[in-house]
Design a binder for this molecule. Structure first.
Ligand SMILES: *[C@@H]1O[C@H](CO)[C@@H](O)[C@H](O)[C@H]1NC(C)=O
Ligand SMILES: *[C@@H]1O[C@H](CO)[C@@H](O)[C@H](O)[C@H]1NC(C)=O
Ligand SMILES: *[C@@H]1O[C@H](CO)[C@@H](O)[C@H](O)[C@H]1NC(C)=O
Length: 376
């Protein structure tokens, strides 16, 4: 028997040995020089590639800092936290405004008959706001100066969240500006926000100068360039996410120090990058990636289109309320357009609940049109 076995071994064709050595060699090479990205599977057909990638050890697993470990464990608990049961959950409307709100009368009409299902907070950053509607009286929070594009903008958002979180009934938190108007009836807005468990935070990857071009390597190691995201400031967040924003100090400090106007000769605006990047890193599946506040950038100027009284028609409002896909375009020379359907709990629905920017002069027309267009 031993004789037979050894004869069979020596008789094994040479190609098996060559093949085995080749496989071993390529595995060693793959181990020492791991590919930068597994999506680039040059050597293997994709079917071979996917099991293969699971087999390899992870590439350069970074050792987390103490602060990162602490942050992640806090975030994880907040995200999985069940909310306190309340009789009637409320939506908190957070108005971030320089002074008086031109559309108080419009909002009053919007809120009418829905007492107990909403709460209002006003952060007037430049001058004391004068209220003409009773539902806004006494709703001002202690405020501080806000400089456009600076971290003080994020600080004001956090101040509004902190005040609104004090009321345990508040479960959704919508940030609005003085130029915002409602696009639907209160019930529609309430159900849209309440019956889903994602937050509406705008978030996309812009490799151009107005996106990743604003990134600073000083944010390393916690914020890597490929995690840097962009999105509009106007969010709507669920209670756990509002708490998470207040709990975060690590990433907030990175943006405070290294994302500001004039940083390394570029202008980085924390209010356009901090929350999109934070949530992309911490809870990407928990955000819708679009904002429920519409704005029209199609004119391609530095500021979005601002509507005057002559622009405000039933047709315009109908157009905005019927949009059911969100649009992003990169700021590099390729100007890549990303158009995605707005999926609400997997169902295609209109994207927007609010719209900006409307001049105060549009009030009269809006008051007339509100009952008509919100019944769409
Ligand atoms: C909420 O999240 C859970 C998972 O955490 C998911 O199973 C459920 O479908 C979500 N509900 C809605 C209404 O999206
Ligand atoms: C938002 O985008 C992230 C990727 O950035 C994705 O993982 C997530 O599923 C998206 N959210 C929804 C609700 O589709
Ligand atoms: C409404 O949308 C239609 C079709 O996209 C467009 O032709 C029209 O100019 C829009 N009207 C307004 C007032 O925006």
């Amino acid at each position: 028997m031993p004789v037979l076995r050894s004869r069979a071994a020596s008789g094994r064709p040479i190609w098996i040995i060559v093949l085995v050595s080749l496989v071993c060699f390529s595995l060693i090479v793959a181990y020492i020089y791991p590919p930068q990205s597994y999506s680039n599977c040059y050597f293997f057909a994709s079917s071979v590639c996917s099991p293969f990638k699971d087999w390899l050890p992870p590439i350069n697993p970074r050792v987390l800092t103490d602060e990162e470990i602490a942050s992640r464990v806090v975030f994880k608990d907040i995200l999985s936290m069940p909310l306190a049961k309340v009789n009637i959950p409320k939506v908190a409307f957070l108005f971030l405004t320089p002074g008086s709100l031109p559309f108080e009368k419009l909002w009053e009409k919007f809120f009418e008959g829905h007492e107990g299902k909403y709460s209002i907070y006003v952060h007037a950053s430049r001058e004391k706001s004068v209220h003409i509607s009773p539902i806004f009286i006494g709703r001002d929070i202690r405020s501080a100066k806000v400089v456009w594009g600076k971290i003080s903008m994020v600080d004001a958002e956090k101040r509004l969240l902190a005040n609104a979180l004090q009321d345990i009934d508040n479960q959704q938190f919508v940030l609005l500006s003085d130029s915002c108007i409602p696009l639907h009836s209160f019930d529609y807005v309430y159900n849209y926000l309440m019956l889903t468990n994602v937050s509406f935070i705008d978030c996309f990857e812009d490799p151009g100068p107005l996106g990743t071009g604003r990134y600073s390597t000083h944010m390393m190691p916690e914020v890597e360039e490929n995690s840097f995201r962009k999105g509009a400031q106007w969010f709507s967040v669920k209670r756990q996410h509002a708490l998470l924003i207040l709990a975060d100090n690590l990433y907030y400090t990175k943006f405070k120090l290294y994302c500001k106007p004039g940083m390394e000769g570029r202008n980085c605006y924390a209010d356009e990058h901090y929350l999109p990047t934070l949530f992309y890193m911490i809870d990407p599946a928990g955000i819708a990636n679009w904002s429920v506040t519409h704005v029209d950038w199609s004119e391609g100027k530095w500021h979005p289109k601002a509507y005057q009284a002559k622009d405000v028609t039933y047709e315009l409002l109908k157009n905005i309320t019927s949009i059911d896909e969100n649009y992003h375009v990169t700021s590099d020379e390729k100007k890549v357009e990303q158009i995605k359907p707005c999926l609400w709990n997997g169902e295609r629905r209109p994207c927007y609940l609010f719209a900006r920017k409307f001049y105060p002069e549009t009030l009269k027309k809006l008051l007339h049109l509100l009952p008509i267009y919100t019944e769409l």
